[in-house]
Design a protein around this ligand. Sequence first.
Ligand code: PEP
Ligand code: CO
Length: 447
Amino acid sequence: MAWTKDSWRNYPIKQQPVYPNQEELNKVLARLEKLPPLVFAGEVRNLKQALAKVSRKEAFLLQGGDCAESFENFGAINIRDMFKILLQMAIVLTFASGCPVVKIGRIAGQFAKPRSSDFEELNGVKLPSYRGDIINGFDFNEQARIPDPHRMLEAYYQSATTLNLLQGFARGGLADLHEVHRWNLGFLKKNELHKQYADISEKISQALAFMEACGINTDNTPSLREVSVYTSHEALLLPYEQALTRVDSLSGEIYDCSAHMLWIGERTRSLDEAHVHFLSGVKNPLGVKIGPNAKAEEVIALAHALNPNNEEGRLNIIIRMGSQNIAKNLAPIFSKLKSEGLNLIYSIDPMHGNTVKAGNFKTREFDNIMQEVRTFFEVAKSEGVYAGGVHLEMTGQDVTECTGGASNVTPQSLQQRYETQCDPRLNADQALELAFLIADLVKKARK
Ligand code: PEP
Ligand code: CO
């Protein structure tokens, strides 16, 4: 069937809300279609070029952010701290590995959540599941859980202001390498990681002073004072994605202008269903999540469907198998894929296969997260594949959602600052620690 931006409606689809009022829904969609794009085709093409470098082993991908952004926690501090932690992690990775890092946030649009169950039960009360702030409300009551199309408009405007602030930080001075000391988040100062980070900052400052003496400075070399931070989210709520899909007047190509990169989740990646069909028709870089039961043939078929021209930088296979499964399940996939000649990026999401329950809290243990990352690098190395990136759920805040790591969150301390509306995130300490641990692996992977 020929692709149009609404041809996905002819395919089976999972994980969609049922809006009680179709007329309201159509009004909102008509309005969204008239609103400006959130990202521009030229920026998306820049990202694709940066990702092509990852697929050629010339760069590493760092993708991270909230599991779910929320309307309630929206604010400048959260965005600034997410930006800072991304930059800190990237600088740690670049410094140790000598490799450029492509930075993509799960931000400015990461609102819609796939759920394992359509219903949630609490104290004998059963309600429709929360599906993310773009769809319904987090509060546990009947009214909140009714899908409301106006939430799409709120998500759109929140994404626009988030993007605006991110661009300000990226171009307005905060990302200047001379500010590397200032990216440190206040509460990190107390621990050993801070010392390691201060060492790197000091060396960077020395290198900058040396370069300045040689005539290389922020005036003649903009890359010393500016960075590119791109946006991404799971393209789950297709009516919203369709409304933001536009034809680029310069190239005539079609882009989903809700974010630079979009991914398809583990639950909605069936080949003959709506999500794969929809994303096959837009030019953005794409990701697809691959869980523990995936087979090499499925990945190959997805690569043909989503990247028929075998373009570099188009498709990122995001592996999320769990620390227990990854060694045995990933090796046969890599082994088979190697001989296919496909241009793919492989990255590891060590979060979604390692979720456990601790009392009433969903959590993830830092050691299991790190173990899955290590095994990913090992399997890739032994199969001759480049381990090209990492995909994380994290925050710049000092939350207690994942256990372990140097900050030593315990199952007992989870309740202190458990703020996520969906999955548990690494706090800023744990994220930075992970970056230090990964840096050496990246260096070896590129040898
Ligand atoms: C997510 O990234 O938040 C998510 C739901 O992932 P997955 O599709 O891998 O379960
Ligand atoms: Co998640």
